[in-house]
Design a protein around this ligand. Structure first.
Ligand code: VGL
Ligand code: ZN
Length: 201
């Protein structure tokens, strides 16, 4: 079953949003066009409580984009974004959401961030996505959305490790940092994740 996973196409990641991805809005028409090529379409929303550990505003004396040590790793401190129930956490208003069969929320635990759609950054808790997909008989997973170098990348990595044939749709994704994404693309190709375009589908 050919499945599309749409990652974090939310207002706060759009130009003018609190954690804007350059040209983030450009993915919307592409994702709308490709949805009918899939048997199953699902999505994620970054969905943080106000007091989330990844927000610089919750750390006295820390600035946005600084790093702090957290659970034995380095955590980037972000501007407040995708607060549960806020307009910034809503999907982009032009995104077609009617065929989304399920929406998985991530980053809901205030103590830990979750870039991947599958697991938190410590790989401690699952969102339930891998089990859901396996129960549905999904073997091929196509990923797209925002940000290409963070949440889409970590989701593609985990998808591959979970045994799905994984495809990263490059022109339906935009990165926070294009240089970082170029490096990650090489890493993904070397692992066995295919990098594809919307017109290859
Ligand atoms: C994301 C940073 C923080 C993303 C989410 O969706 O790529 N990036 N939270
Ligand atoms: Zn986040």
């Amino acid at each position: 079953m050919k499945t599309l996973l749409v990652i974090d196409v939310q207002n706060d990641f759009m130009p003018g949003g609190s954690l804007s991805v350059p040209d983030g809005d450009k993915v919307v028409p592409v994702i709308n066009t490709i949805q009918d090529k899939f048997d199953l379409v699902i999505a994620t929303q970054d969905w943080h409580p106000k007091d989330h550990v990844s927000f610089a505003s919750n750390h006295i004396g820390k600035a946005v984009f600084e790093q702090i040590p957290l659970h034995g790793k380095s955590q980037t401190l972000w501007p407040d974004h995708c607060v549960q129930g806020s307009e910034g956490a809503d999907f982009h208003p032009d995104l077609k959401t009617n065929v989304f069969e399920a929406v998985f929320k991530k980053g809901t635990d205030k103590e830990i961030d979750s870039y991947s759609a599958f697991y938190d950054n410590g790989h401690l808790k699952s969102t339930g996505l891998a089990g859901y997909l396996k129960e549905k008989g999904v073997t091929e997973l196509y990923l797209c959305g925002l940000a290409a170098d963070i949440c889409v990348y970590f989701s593609a990595y985990d998808a591959f490790k979970e045994g799905f044939r994984s495809y990263f749709i490059e022109d339906a994704s935009k990165a926070l940092d294009d240089n970082v994404f170029e490096t990650l693309k090489k890493e993904m190709k070397a692992m066995g994740i295919a990098i594809v375009n919307s017109n290859d589908l």
